[in-house]
Ligand binder design. Structure first.
Ligand code: ATP
Length: 473
């Protein structure tokens, strides 16, 4: 299973999806760059999320807030005081780990072995220790579970300490007048501080939502699961403001809606599940993760949290500005409750990539391809003239010109047709359009379907419609 992750990482690099950041300098831990096909896939995922949120829901609008925020924001949100994770060091490798992640990895491994009960009781024990902030107890659990350092293989652990995950930097030209600000560790606060701006200017009535896509930064310690846990990553968050007392209904509603979204993207039923939190954050009255069965076990892709009125109340207290809504239907002022859906674009990318990766043997030959839903595939179609002569390239380019405004397509006329098909399989192009001699006679082409490799003849003037239909979500 873990070797499958290795194959996936290698494939992502080899075929232009994801590279380690600053690779010529041997990379930077937990930071990655997206290549030619990676950026297309990521943009498609982001667009799909954005459109589902803001277009399919007439009561959700978007914003784009800054990464830098007033430092008091993070006092109010609780991040300065409690955005801590328990850290532990291995004395032999001198490597530092997040204690909660070590436990989660162990639980995921137990579950993979079929030891469901042991996995559950481990998570629940850890949940209780985290709740009680019992650092010594956490260390004891790690030792009792004989958790080994992935590098040294030993169980020689230090004490557990709390570690704040926020990155800080200075604003101001000279040291004397500079002050510390943070790189946002989540995008949500940009939504909360703009709650009234948006509510008033976009004339929103509760219940309504604000959606945002943007970078977030966390000084994550463990970094062995590729783009699952990064120091610089992108979040897609939507805060949904509701009347107090209705939050549980909306919480369930959003959890179901988001599950459906993942399934519509092609994630099979048995690979995705809801998982209630063992430990609730200080601001939440209900919380669950949507988990995907990664090569390293079931892990969080998206969080659905009922955040109560905690954030708005905190900002009201710290800013001394009223953060309330007048509800004309019940003639009352109140601080809305909030349901949050929060997903990492990079983690969604990894899930999509793992789910699409097929390495199969058919007719005695092995074939690797990426079976992306056409709506998110980086390249929708490749136009491939059979040969480089007899006017086939000209005909191919004519088709390319017709389709390029509406679809990301590739034109390629070098190399054998078989090799060109293989190349498109490897980047997950759902359709290969071959231009042959018959095309010159009757204006038809063949479409080769990636997953079945079946070929069908269609008229050139039907291509646009066929692609549009296949690439819709
Ligand atoms: P974890 O426990 O895995 O650190 P979290 O519960 O702190 O995650 P949230 O704060 O709920 O995560 O963040 C919401 C979403 O943002 C997560 O579901 C995940 O998709 C994404 N995310 C969080 N941290 C990272 C990271 N370091 N790298 C990539 N994506 C991340």
């Amino acid at each position: 299973e873990i070797s499958q992750l290795k194959d996936i990482i290698a494939h992502a690099k080899e075929y232009g999806f994801v590279y380690p950041s600053s690779e010529i300098y041997d990379g930077l831990q937990a930071v990655y760059d997206y290549g030619a096909y990676g950026v297309e896939l990521k943009n498609n995922l982001k667009r799909l999320w954005w459109e589902t949120m803001t277009r399919l829901n007439d009561n959700i609008v978007g914003i784009d807030a800054s990464i830098f925020m007033h430092p008091t924001t993070w006092k109010a949100s609780g991040h300065v005081d409690s955005f801590n994770d328990p850290m532990i060091d291995n004395k032999d490798s001198k490597k530092r780990y997040r204690a909660d992640v070590l436990i989660e990895d162990k639980a995921a491994a137990l579950e993979k072995e079929g030891n469901i009960e042991a996995s559950k009781s481990l998570l629940s024990a850890m949940g209780k220790l985290l709740e009680a902030e019992d650092l010594a107890g956490i260390r004891e659990l790690i030792i009792n579970e004989a958790i080994k350092c992935p590098i040294s293989g030993t169980t020689n652990w230090t004490e557990v300490r709390q570690f704040n995950l926020m990155f800080s930097t200075q604003v101001g030209a000279v040291a004397e007048d500079s002050s510390t600000i943070y790189l946002r560790p989540e995008t949500a606060q940009g939504i909360f501080v703009n709650f009234l701006n948006v509510q008033k200017t976009a004339r929103m009535k509760v219940p309504f939502g604000i959606a945002q896509i943007g970078k977030a930064f966390r000084n994550e310690i463990v970094a062995r699961q590729f783009i699952f846990r990064m120091r610089e990553f992108e979040q897609m968050e939507m805060q949904f403001f509701v009347r107090p007392g209705t939050e549980m209904e909306w919480y369930k509603n959003w959890a179901d809606t988001r599950m459906k979204w993942h399934k519509a993207l092609g994630i099979p039923e048995e690979k995705i599940r809801k998982h209630d939190h063992e430990k609730l954050a200080h601001y939440a009255n209900a919380a669950m993760d949507i988990e995907y069965d990664f090569p390293f076990g079931f892990k969080e892709v998206e969080g659905i949290h009922s955040r109560t009125d905690f954030d708005l109340k905190q900002h009201q207290e710290f800013s001394k500005k009223k953060q309330q809504y007048f509800d004309p239907e019940i003639n009352q002022n109140y601080t809305p409750y909030v349901i949050e859906t929060s997903i990492g674009a990079d983690r969604l990318f990894l899930m999509t990539f793992c789910n699409a990766f097929v390495d199969e043997v058919a007719d005695g030959k092995s074939r690797v391809y990426l079976k992306f839903h056409p709506a998110i595939a980086p390249v929708k179609a490749a136009i491939l003239p059979l040969t480089k002569k007899d006017g086939l390239p000209e005909k191919g380019k004519e088709i390319f010109e017709k389709l390029k405004y509406d679809f990301n397509i590739i034109y390629e006329d070098a190399g054998s047709i078989g090799k060109r098909y293989t190349r498109q399989d490897l980047i997950g192009t759902p359709f290969c359009i071959a231009v042959d001699h018959q095309t010159l006679e009757d204006d038809t082409v063949t479409i080769r379907h990636r997953d079945t490799t079946d070929q069908v003849r269609v008229r050139i003037d039907a291509l646009h419609g066929e692609l549009s239909e296949a690439c819709s979500f």
